[in-house]
Design a protein around this ligand. Sequence first.
Ligand code: GLU
Length: 414
Amino acid sequence: MSYNSFEVAQKQVLEASVLLKLDSNTTELLLWPQREYKFTIPVKMDNKSIKIFHGYRIHYNTARGPAKGGIRFHQDETVDTVRALACWMTWKTAIADLPLGGGKGGVICDPKKLSAEELENIARNYVRAAADFIGPEKDIPAPDVYTNPQTMVWMMDEYETITRKHQPGVFTDKPLQVGGTEGRRDATARGGVYTVREACKHFGVNSKGTYVIQGFGNAGQRAALLHQEIIGGGKLIAVSDSKGGIYNPDGLNPKELVVYKLKNGNVNNFPGSTNIKKEEVLETEADILYPAALENAINENNADRIRARIICELANGPTTPEADIILYKNNKIVLPDILSSAGGVIVSYFEMVQDKYSYFWPEDTVHSRLDQKITKAFWSVIEAMKEKRVHPRLAAMIVGVARVAEACKLRGWI
Ligand code: GLU
């Protein structure tokens, strides 16, 4: 079965708007992107030929502030994946109570088949096509799947070249030397671990027990390391990446595994572990599971086999609505992406603030302000959960949708 992520996202909006008793105009407004841009991107390839790529930037809702969200380079990108991700960013920034809206962008391409120069050409040409509708006061992109701080510098440089002035706050998650902030690279994982810490307290789960990571990219690797650092314990017993999975009931050393992955490109055959199927990693018995790969990994086909007690979503959209219901029935606690992966955009917001006044905070200030923001967001979701007697994702949607609906109303849009 294949899933359309935007249909999933719209279903979630509908559910929340029914519980919030929103009128039909408000619901209609929140069910669709406010603005969509689609462009072709001609790119000079290494062999001097020109190839046309397709790009998107979507502003889902800007009632609370400028659009904010990543740009992905992925071969499976479609207008609907970008819409879904832009939609989720809208609730994510609202739940974290940031003065920002939601947006997302993407380019259909396979970055693994492109050279660094070709990727730079795509990044710069994306900005040439999008320059009119991005900007520090309009729409601030960041990295996402297969884009990174280097991509952001190319994009920022192109934007500044076009506009003829320094505006580092137009992109976030930049390197420190060009207006980046301390603490951005591990912010998504760090925020996720803070929510796990709070959830373990609230739901009475042993935070120092076992944990599992599905997807071993930036967020997955950082979570593996930070979980032990922040919680002060915990045993990592299974990890997967796109090539396969590994398992060791006695514990995998996160530091050694990160080094191994960097050297070998995947986690297979890590010394002391047993190779297992990547699907089995999701189903491993553990206290905490971190899904940190792509959308729809937990769906109606495998939700019944998920055995972790807390599922902390670091990826965007890893659980389908059908799976949410099964997990809730099975007494599993899902910390939804729009809450638990908000650390990235929270620190992106800190980066924008620092860029604006050109004065930069020390790393521990970033960490403690992130902790405060995401912990507050966590408890507002718990409040909504208790009040409406719904599962955590629906509770988070209720918090986010209510805040955005209120901003739309105050502006006189509805
Ligand atoms: N791409 C990240 C996300 O999905 C970060 C977005 C941002 O910092 O703007 O949350």
